[in-house]
Design a protein around this ligand. Structure first.
Ligand code: GUN
Ligand code: ZN
Length: 431
């Protein structure tokens, strides 16, 4: 039998959602421990107790570093890595000017393979152990993503991005080919190792009602798969959707009428929602994904995190790179904090860390596998140095509790704070 390993460091564990249970419900142990067995967390507790109970376990002591579940980026576009930080455009112009020309290149399997490799190097370096990514319309882009994720042992979600209108030549499929390609990719990849296929209409402006219905039918046959798309990101986009779908009651209705709503649905951005939309998202058990660096970078608006969580919505957190401006979930938490401040609510560090881990896991329906330090969970972990730069170190040195110690890293931290990343218990080599 493989030897067990005992990881020691500061730990945070949450019995439930701190947005509803209060941040005080999150437990901190300055000398916490995790017992790792066969790639999973076998026990969580105080390090002295775990040591006494497991005297033969190999010990790795991280000192006062913080051991967390690996970060989960619930909405990202791996093919947009090369166009991150592109200047001066709002959503629709940004797609046409920067995004679509780059996505055109992913019909070339070698280009896609190199991009996927670079993408996972960048994400893992930031402590992100699971992503839910869009690919391009090319099946090759999906194969490249999953092959790379599989080789690295990752739990990863992705799907072919479907578009049959309002996109350039070479970047459009049809209702039928979107269905056929998606079905073939789903059958090829879904459930293999730790891989999950997501049915992925890009957004209503680039899909005909026929294509949305075809993907709704595919989802009805595979309700175990997530369905990811964009919803109500920018006001101009919402006006465009209204003109493209004159019958629809609102933006959400363009999906709802095609069967694209319900458990497993992931609606990215969801900034400008009406009352009916909020109610239907909640009633149907759909999830929202907050993409704060993207929403500020592209100028989309201020997501109502406090209001939406307050009414019981399921919300995950995401970078949305390349619309988002960073691969770092620390930077993404900082942006969520800043957007919250602009809306008059100071999101607590416990809430931010929860959103980036279990919050995203719940949105992706993976909370039984990842996102929490608890027995039985996969040991996808990130170890955080809370004094990774001089300015962070001097601020953390003044901390009176764990929250004051961790907040400077949330606000100012980057990949230098990522001391170690583990996938199924195994350390990931730094690149
Ligand atoms: N809406 C439709 N496609 C996209 C995309 O690639 N990025 C963002 N931010 N919004 C979108
Ligand atoms: Zn997106």
């Amino acid at each position: 039998m493989e030897q067990n390993e005992l990881l020691i460091g500061q730990t945070l564990t949450w019995p439930s959602d701190p947005f509803s249970a209060g941040w005080e419900s999150v437990r901190h142990d300055a000398r916490g421990g995790l017992l790792i067995e066969d790639g999973r967390i076998a026990a969580v507790g105080h390090s002295d107790d775990l040591r006494a109970d497991n005297p033969t376990a190999r010990v790795t002591d991280y000192g006062d570093r913080l051991i967390l579940p690996g970060f989960i980026d619930a909405h990202v576009h791996y093919p947009q890595t090369a166009i991150i930080a592109s200047w001066g455009k709002r959503l629709i112009d940004w797609l046409n000017t920067y995004t679509f020309p780059e996505e055109m290149r992913f019909g070339d399997p070698e280009y896609a393979r190199n991009a996927a490799r670079q993408f996972f190097d960048l994400s893992l370096a930031q402590g992100t152990t699971t992503v839910a990514s869009y690919c391009t319309i090319h099946p090759e882009s999906v194969d490249a993503f999953f092959a790379e994720a599989q080789a690295r042992g990752l739990c990863a979600i992705a799907g072919k991005t479907c578009m049959d209108r309002n996109a350039p030549d070479g970047l459009r499929d049809t209702a039928q080919s979107a269905y056929d390609d998606s079905a073939a990719l789903l059958n090829r990849w879904h459930g293999k190792d730790r891989l999950i296929y997501a049915i992925t209409p890009r957004f209503s402006p680039t899909s005909t009602p026929e294509q949305l219905k075809a993907l709704g039918a595919l989802w009805a046959d595979h309700p175990e798969c997530p369905m990811q798309t964009h919803l109500s990101e920018q006001l101009e986009e919402i006006d465009w959707v209204a003109s493209l779908f004159p019958e629809a009651r609102d933006y959400l209705d363009t999906y709802e009428s095609a069967g694209l709503i319900g458990p497993g649905a992931l609606f990215g951005h969801a900034i400008h929602l009406g009352e009916r939309e909020r109610a239907r998202i909640k009633e149907t058990g759909s999830a929202l994904v907050h993409c704060p660096t993207s929403n500020t970078f592209i100028g989309s608006g201020l997501f109502d995190l406090g209001g939406l969580k307050g009414e019981g919505q399921t919300v995950g957190l995401a970078t949305d790179t390349g619309g988002g401006s960073s691969f770092s979930m620390l930077r993404t938490m900082a942006a969520a904090y800043e957007v919250g401040q602009l809306r008059g609510r100071a999101t607590h560090p416990a809430e931010l860390l929860w959103l980036a881990t279990e919050g995203s896991a719940r949105a992706l329906r993976l909370e039984q596998r990842i996102g929490r330090l608890a027995p039985g969970m996969d040991a996808d972990l990130v170890v955080i140095d809370l004094a990774s730069t001089p300015v962070i170190a001097q601020r953390a040195a003044r901390a009176n509790d764990i929250w004051e110690a961790v907040f400077p890293t949330i606000i100012m931290g980057d990949d230098r704070a990522i001391a170690e990343v583990r996938i199924m218990g195994e350390p990931v080599a730094k690149v």
